[in-house]
Design a protein around this ligand. Structure first.
Ligand code: ADP
Ligand code: MG
Length: 240
């Protein structure tokens, strides 16, 4: 691989403008996720974080602007196509299939043949709890276990980048710790991660760089330590 190819961001969002009907939500948002890093997207409820995820994955394409994945323009592709190309999604609210077992939930997401070689065995190695519960229906799992299952399902698509929308939402601190340790392991294995979070205190423990979003725009960008030291930004945009 050439030097420039090695340095190309895995995911690039260029000046996207996204609407729901007449509601103008993303108002010119850009970002670049560097290979093997975790980029945090922080902001209060309703600022457009999930809309950004939907725009990237293809559920709600932008009216203007572009999304590039591994250098390819994927702006107009469906979510089916973007996932097939290696975008892994862990949606807000987990969205596991309640009546399927743990293993069935993982199997339905299997893409196979990928270069990173994510498999059932590797997901179970990352989350031994899921192995113990492999035959249980997903609805009988705790919130933390369901989050692990949602991450496992994202991994089963064998992604080059994992997009996680509020993985800490509704979880107890002790449970979050386990999920955070798993995300750190994924990064250590070289996976590129877009971590969308409302909980800034948790996100700064993991991310390499952060963008703070307000009203559909990036209003502040920094390394996590710098963000944490900036009381004005925390008060204005993160409610801390
Ligand atoms: N399906 C939808 N139809 C219309 N408006 C929506 C829809 N989804 C979200 N919105 C609006 O878009 C804005 C951004 O929402 P969202 O992206 O979910 O924010 P966040 O994820 O940061 O909480 C909010 O004002 C929300 O009410
Ligand atoms: Mg959201």
């Amino acid at each position: 691989m050439t030097r420039s190819a090695a340095r190309r961001p895995v995911l690039e969002v260029e000046d996207v403008h996204t609407y729901y009907g007449d509601a103008y939500v993303l108002q010119g948002l850009s970002l670049a996720l560097e290979q093997g890093t975790i980029l945090g997207i922080l902001g209060r409820n309703g600022v457009g974080k999930t809309t950004l995820v939907n725009t990237i994955v293809g559920f709600n394409p932008p009216r203007r602007g572009r999304v590039l994945f591994k250098g390819e323009d994927v702006t107009r592709l469906s979510s089916f196509e973007t996932v097939r190309r290696g975008m892994g999604l862990v949606p807000q609210g987990r969205r596991v299939f309640p009546t399927l077992t743990v293993e069935e939930n993982l199997r339905v997401a299997e893409r196979g043949g990928g270069r990173r070689g994510w498999s059932l065995d590797r997901v179970y190695a990352l989350f031994p709890r899921l192995l113990e519960r492999r035959s249980q229906r997903a609805r009988t799992l705790s919130g933390g276990e369901q989050q692990m299952l949602a991450i496992g399902r994202g991994l089963m698509t064998d992604p080059d980048c994992l997009i996680m929308d509020e993985p800490s939402e509704g979880l107890a601190p002790i449970v979050i710790q386990g999920v955070w340790e798993a995300i750190a392991k994924l990064k250590a294995e070289g996976l590129s991660i877009l971590l969308v979070e409302q909980n800034a205190a948790l996100a700064v423990k993991l991310v390499d760089f952060v963008h703070v979003v307000s009203k559909g725009q990036v209003v502040y960008s920094a390394e996590p330590r710098e963000l944490w030291a900036n009381e004005a930004v925390k008060a204005a945009y993160l409610g801390i």
